[in-house]
Design a protein around this ligand. Structure first.
Ligand SMILES: [Mn+2]
Length: 419
């Protein structure tokens, strides 16, 4: 029994924060689906499984739903098995699965409409579809009953959708799945969907392949050697699992297949030190692995650059980022004021002047450049530490740049209020 296990296609995802490139991003996914179906055909797979979230939600355009069905129809030799997930649950008459064309699909396309066992190539699919967006119930519980119903030889593969129930890493109402759900239900393999990164559990018998086409910058785990705030640059381009179940009771053979065509990369740029920053960006963006035509880039700009730095940065970014498939420039900079402007503001606003003094004192304190007098606004450093601890914050996160930024934000607010 050999099949492709995919999940979380999220077809119809809107990508509205990408403006005019949203349409291009949306168009990539059906193309990836077509290539993956071609791969299933080339592997002579017995089935192509979607373990939930084929669609972004039940409101996606009918034209897309028809386009996806037309794709499946173009591969009549590839049996397709679709499990409704939490994004596209089987939740009533209006949902995708109860409307044409998925209401009455062609013979080689199966939608799991209830917990059921389905014979495939000498083995079984045992499916537990989702009927609602959230639930505290483990959807894999139904699989043990199904496994008992199918007597006889042949490997048994479960299919469901939910969060691996990792302590403190999942929401209790997000369809938690026991970490040994495959063993517990007596399955040879459990095809899971929901989280968007490749993960393996239960001694290799429970696999979450992640999304076949990446859709986020994944701040969770930066690649080895990456600078802080930088994620995804060494990550895979999205995957499905090629699963081979040789016999009942035998360990599954699982091969990750890279399917995605785009990488999503997040970079940070601290503008005040623009020369160093540009050198680092140039190195990152023009290395041997750089592939801007197939990269979605998010660049976060920080700091309080003066006008000259800002203009130089904008001109360079315009040239350097033009080739990227799609990009977001997340501007978190605050404009720096000249000392003359700051002095004028202080003269006009006595209370603000006090606050600015305190912010500067705080920056000097944490920078270790001043400890006499060791106080800010009448508080000692110890009292400040206690205040931060009370708010469950680490004092060390408030470095000099934090206080400098606070000062610049205050400047900006004042300028807006007084203008
Ligand atoms: Mn999901």
């Amino acid at each position: 029994m050999k099949f492709i296990h995919s999940a979380d296609w999220q077809l119809g995802a809107r990508f509205s924060n990408f403006g005019e490139r949203a349409e291009a991003l949306r168009a990539v996914r059906p193309a990836t689906l077509r290539r993956t179906l071609e791969r299933a055909r080339a592997e002579a797979a017995d089935a192509f499984v979607v373990a939930g979230d084929l669609f972004e939600d039940n409101q996606v355009e009918d034209s897309l739903v028809r386009e996806v069905m037309a794709l499946f129809e173009a591969f009549p030799d590839v049996p397709v098995f679709i499990l409704p997930g939490n994004h596209d649950p089987l939740c009533g008459p209006g949902c995708i699965w109860e409307r044409p064309p998925f209401r009455e699909p062609p013979a080689h396309v199966t939608v799991f409409r209830e917990p059921r066992a389905c014979p495939v190539a000498g083995g079984w699919f045992l499916a537990a579809p989702l009927t609602q967006k959230k639930s505290p119930r483990d959807p894999s519980l139904a699989l043990a009953d199904l496994a008992r119903e199918v007597a006889g030889a042949g490997p048994r593969a479960g299919v469901t959708h939910g969060s691996p129930a990792i302590e403190s890493k999942h929401q209790p109402d997000d369809h938690p799945v026991h970490l040994e759900a495959a063993s517990r239900a007596g399955l040879d393999y459990l095809a899971l969907g929901h989280w968007h990164r490749w993960q393996v559990f239960d001694g290799g018998r429970m696999v979450m392949p992640g999304t076949p086409e990446p859709d986020g910058f994944d701040p969770g785990r930066p690649p080895e050697g990456a600078a802080p705030g930088e994620a995804g640059s060494a990550g895979p381009r999205g995957r499905v699992a090629l699963v081979d179940l040789p016999a009942a009771g035998a360990p599954p053979k699982v091969t990750p297949l890279e399917t995605g065509s785009l990488r999503w990369i997040a970079l940070d740029a601290d503008l005040p030190d623009w020369d160093a920053c540009r050198a680092r960006l140039e190195e990152k963006l023009s290395g041997p692995d750089a592939d801007p035509e197939h990269t979605v880039l998010r660049l976060t700009l920080r700091g309080a650059p003066d006008l000259r730095v800002r203009e130089a940065a904008d001109a360079w970014l315009d040239r350097a980022l033009g080739a990227y498939f799609a990009r977001i420039v997340d501007d978190r900079t605050v404009p720096a004021l000249s000392e003359a402007e700051a002095t004028a503001l202080r003269r006009e606003h006595a209370v603000i002047a006090r606050v600015m003094d305190d912010l500067e004192a705080a920056a000097a304190l944490v920078g270790g450049r001043r400890d006499d007098p060791p106080s800010v606004g009448g508080l000692t450093l110890k009292q400040l530490e206690a205040l931060a601890a009370e708010r469950k914050q680490d004092w060390r996160e408030f470095d000099e740049s934090f206080w400098r930024t606070a000062r610049e934000v205050l400047h900006r607010e004042l300028r807006e209020v007084t203008s």
